[in-house]
Design a protein around this ligand. Structure first.
Ligand code: ZN
Length: 244
């Protein structure tokens, strides 16, 4: 019986094919590109931080990436109070170079956590796939499924096309009617909006870009009420449905 610690007396080479934790470059094991998607407020960021926690407990090292974070110190934060610093990704960031720069600095990178993955460009998603296949880095991407027009985000579409594993995050957010909330609605002055630019904002942030109506916010609806444009009895007020 061999164990991962058995060595070849001649060369000191590990005989077992079992990869040691965090040693995947010497013992390439299949890595995976996993994509978790859902509507706003469904708990994606909480899940992202949970995955990071579980991975790091196994002695693995990872980098957290996010997009659209306007703060001086980018981070992934969740509504349940968890928070971790993250690297802000720009549309022209080459994610392969980002990982190689960490390696060059002596940092191991076993996995990537990518929050707000809907904002990735298709090319960046392909870069993630290359990191998985060529460098055996596990990638966990988390993002919104559709925009307020109920169309897939570009990054989401590419992830659905190429990811090894796709999971719809269990919906924790409900429409005002009590059915699972699946679709993101953009609401301006109390009315559901179906046209306009897909602006890059954090998934819970109100749109406050220059030129935007300060009264715009997002609300999660079931499909039926999204189609009907019915925002519910409390939608006009700053109650549970309005985002902070
Ligand atoms: Zn509904």
């Amino acid at each position: 019986m061999t164990s991962p610690l058995d060595v070849d007396p001649a060369g000191g080479r590990v005989l077992s094919a079992v990869p040691a934790a965090g040693d995947r470059r010497r013992h390439p094991a299949p890595a995976h590109l996993r994509f978790f998607h859902g509507p706003m407020d469904c708990g994606k960021s909480t899940l992202a931080l949970q995955v990071d926690h579980n991975q790091s407990r196994q002695g693995r090292r990872g980098i957290l990436l996010t997009q659209g974070d306007r703060s001086a110190r980018p981070r992934i934060s969740s509504r349940v109070g968890l928070c971790r610093e993250a690297v802000e990704v720009a549309p022209d960031t080459d994610l392969r170079l980002l990982v190689r720069a960490s390696w060059a600095g002596g940092e191991r990178v076993d996995y990537l956590i990518v929050d707000e993955a809907q904002f990735l460009t298709p090319a960046q998603v392909d870069q993630l796939a290359e990191l998985v296949d060529e460098s055996h880095v596990d990638v966990y991407a988390f993002g919104l499924t559709t925009d307020f027009r109920t169309r897939l985000f570009p990054g989401t579409q590419r992830l659905l096309e190429v990811a090894d594993d796709v999971q719809r995050v269990q919906v924790e957010v409900l429409c005002w009617c009590g059915l699972p909330g699946l679709l993101n609605a953009r609401v301006a002055a109390g009315v559901l909006v179906r046209e306009g630019e897909t602006v890059v904002v954090a998934d819970t942030a109100p749109t406050s870009a220059p030129g935007e109506d300060a009264d715009v916010h997002y609300q999660v609806l079931c499909r039926r009420h999204h189609v009907l444009g019915q925002l519910g009895p409390t939608a006009a007020g700053p109650g549970q449905l309005a985002l902070p």
